[in-house]
Design a protein around this ligand. Structure first.
Ligand SMILES: [Zn+2]
Length: 500
C-alpha cells in the first residue's frame, strides 16, 4: 500500500486503476503553449481543433470510476529512507504564475494567504531536501515577499531552480498527452515482451497453482484476456495510451492506470521509456490485467503486508498478483518458488492482529491518496478548461465542492473575490502536494506499531493513521485538521468528479 519513490531500487510498481483521469488528451508532442492566469491565449489552428476533438472524446470516456495505481516502494524503502531518496520531489508554481496570483486585481487573494501557501509548499519541499536554498521556509518567503505588494524573482530563483520540472510546475497541458514519436518504438517492444511473459505464465500450470490455488484456470483466462488487450493497445498507441511529460505522476506517486471499460491506459514516462525494463514489463503486465477484465482491481499492491496470504477469491481479482509469474521470469520476484497459502505469510507465520489493523489503516490512507489523486486530476482539468478555452463552466458546476476542499487543505479559492474565483497554478500545486503527502503518510503507516489499549481494529487503525500523519508533520500543522483532511478524502474515495 505504501507509496513512493518513482524508481525504487527494488522494482515494486503499484498501479492504479483509473478513475478520474481516464480521458485521452489530444495534445501530442508539439505545440505546447504556456498557461497564464491572465487573459489566456486561445489555442489556434490545428492544435485547437485537436484539443476540442480530444475534449469531446475525453468527456465521452468519462464514465465509471476505477482504481488508481499508487507507486509502491520496496519494503526497504519506506518511511524515513524514502524521504531521503534522491528522486522524491515536490513543486512550486513558476514565478510568473505565482506573481499572477499575487498581483491579480480581480482575485484579490490576501497576501497572507499566498505567503502561507508558499510557506507550506516550501516546507514540504524542505522536508524532502528539494530546495536549492538551505534557509528555513519562512526566511525564504520573507525574501520572496520583501514588502507589501512586492515579489522578488531573484529571491525565488535563489530558492528554486526555475528550469527544473521536479521543482517547478510548468503547465497542466503537458500532464496528460499521447506518447511522443521518439518513445513509441521502445514502448511497443516493452509491450510485446510483457505479452510474451503473460503467454509463458498461461502455460505454467504449476506456477498458476502455486500463486492462485484453486483459481488457477480463472487466472489463466485473465492472463490471456490481458495479453490480447495489451496487443490491441500496442497496435494503436494514440488511441489507448497516454503519458505525462510534466512529471505530475512521480510527484503524486501515481504509477499509472488502466481501465477495462474504455481500454485506456496511462503510464509514467519512465515506464514508457523503459528506464528499468523489468519494472516497465511488470507494470505493463499489471495494467494489462486491468485492461483485460473489469473485475481485476487493486486490493493490495505487490509485496505489501500479507500480499502472499490473500485469499484466493481476492487475489484472482487483484492486478498485482498477475505480476508474480512474470516477475519470476524477470528475476524480480519477492516470492520465487513460494507457494501462496491464504492466511499464511511467506515465512510460515499466520497473519497477526497487527497485520490486520495495519491493513485497515493502510487501506484508509490508500483511499485518501486515491481520492486526493482524483481531486488533483479533476482540478487540473478544471484549470485546463480555463487556460485553454476560458471555460468557467467546470468550475461553476462543482464550486461548492471546490470551496469545501479549498478550506480543508488551505488552497486559496475560498479567500478569493467570489465573483472572479478560480483555480490558480498555486492551488494546483497545493493539491498536488497534498496527494504527495497522502502517499508519504501511506508509507509511514505501514511501519506504525499496534497501539496499546482496548481498541477495536478500526479504532486502532485510526490511531495508526493519526500517528503516521503526525510523523509526516508537514500537512497543515494541526493534527485535528490533518486527520479531518485524511478522513474527508477517504470518505470521498471514488466519488469525486472526473476531469472536465
Ligand atoms: Zn492497478
Amino acid at each position: 500500500m505504501a507509496t513512493f519513490a518513482a524508481h525504487p531500487r527494488e522494482p515494486v510498481p503499484a498501479r492504479v486503476r483509473p478513475r478520474a483521469d481516464r480521458g485521452r488528451a489530444p495534445v501530442g508532442d508539439q505545440g505546447r503553449s504556456r498557461e497564464h492566469d491572465g487573459p489566456a491565449e486561445a489555442p489556434t489552428g490545428m492544435l485547437a481543433m485537436q484539443r476540442l476533438a480530444g475534449n469531446r472524446a475525453l468527456t465521452a470516456a468519462m464514465t465509471t470510476p476505477g482504481a488508481l495505481d499508487r507507486l509502491v516502494p520496496g519494503q526497504r524503502h519506506r518511511g524515513a529512507a524514502m524521504l531521503a531518496a534522491a528522486d522524491v520531489r515536490a513543486r512550486m508554481p513558476g514565478f510568473a504564475d505565482l506573481k499572477a496570483a499575487y498581483t491579480d486585481k480581480k482575485l484579490r487573494i490576501p497576501e497572507a494567504v499566498i505567503k502561507t501557501a508558499v510557506t507550506q509548499l516550501l516546507d514540504r519541499m524542505a522536508k524532502e531536501k528539494r530546495l536549492r536554498s538551505k534557509d528555513a521556509a519562512a526566511t525564504i518567503v520573507a525574501k520572496i515577499f520583501p514588502a507589501p505588494g512586492v515579489i522578488s524573482e531573484a529571491a525565488f530563483n535563489k530558492a528554486l531552480d526555475p528550469a527544473d520540472r521536479t521543482q517547478i510546475y510548468k503547465t497542466v497541458l503537458d500532464a496528460h498527452t499521447t506518447v511522443k514519436k521518439a518513445d513509441r518504438a521502445t514502448l511497443k517492444v516493452l509491450m510485446k515482451d510483457a505479452g510474451d511473459l503473460m503467454r509463458t505464465a498461461e502455460g505454467d500450470t504449476a506456477g498458476l497453482k502455486a500463486v492462485f490455488g484453486s483459481q488457477d484456470t480463472v487466472a489463466k483466462a485473465r492472463y490471456a484476456a490481458g495479453r490480447a488487450a495489451l496487443a490491441t493497445a500496442a497496435g494503436d498507441l494514440d488511441k489507448h495510451v497516454t503519458t505525462d511529460y510534466n512529471l505530475d505522476d512521480p510527484e503524486t506517486f501515481l504509477g499509472g492506470w488502466a481501465q477495462h471499460s474504455t481500454q485506456l491506459m496511462h503510464l509514467l514516462v519512465g515506464i514508457v521509456q523503459g528506464k528499468d525494463p523489468a519494472e516497465s514489463k511488470s507494470t505493463l503486465v499489471h495494467e494489462a490485467a486491468h485492461l483485460g477484465h473489469g473485475s481485476v482491481d487493486d486490493l493490495g499492491y505487490y509485496g505489501t503486508a500479507a500480499f502472499e496470504a490473500m485469499d484466493e477469491a481476492a487475489k484472482v481479482g487483484n492486478a498485482a498478483h498477475y505480476e508474480e509469474l512474470p516477475r519470476r521470469l524477470l528475476g524480480t520476484s519477492s516470492f520465487a518458488g513460494h507457494t501462496f497459502t491464504p492466511g499464511i505469510k511467506k515465512g510460515g507465520a499466520a497473519v497477526t492482529r497487527t497485520d490486520t489493523v495495519r491493513k485497515i489503516a493502510s487501506d484508509h490512507v490508500q483511499h485518501a491518496w486515491d481520492a486526493a489523486s482524483d481531486a488533483h486530476m479533476w482540478l487540473r482539468g478544471v484549470r485546463k478548461a480555463w487556460v485553454t478555452k476560458k471555460d468557467k463552466a467546470p468550475f461553476t458546476a462543482d464550486k461548492a465542492l471546490i470551496l469545501e476542499l479549498s478550506k480543508l487543505c488551505d488552497m486559496t479559492v475560498h479567500h478569493q473575490a467570489v465573483a472572479h474565483a478560480r483555480l490558480t497554478t498555486l492551488d494546483i500545486t497545493i493539491i498536488e502536494s497534498v496527494v504527495r503527502a497522502m502517499g508519504i503518510v501511506g508509507s509511514l503507516v505501514d511501519s506504525e506499531p499496534l497501539p496499546s489499549g482496548p481498541l477495536s481494529d478500526k479504532g486502532a487503525a485510526d490511531v495508526m493513521v493519526a500517528e503516521a500523519t503526525k510523523k509526516y508533520g508537514r500537512l497543515l500543522h494541526d493534527p485535528a485538521r490533518d486527520k479531518a483532511l485524511v478522513d474527508w478524502l477517504a470518505a470521498h474515495f471514488r466519488t469525486l468528479p472526473g476531469p472536465p
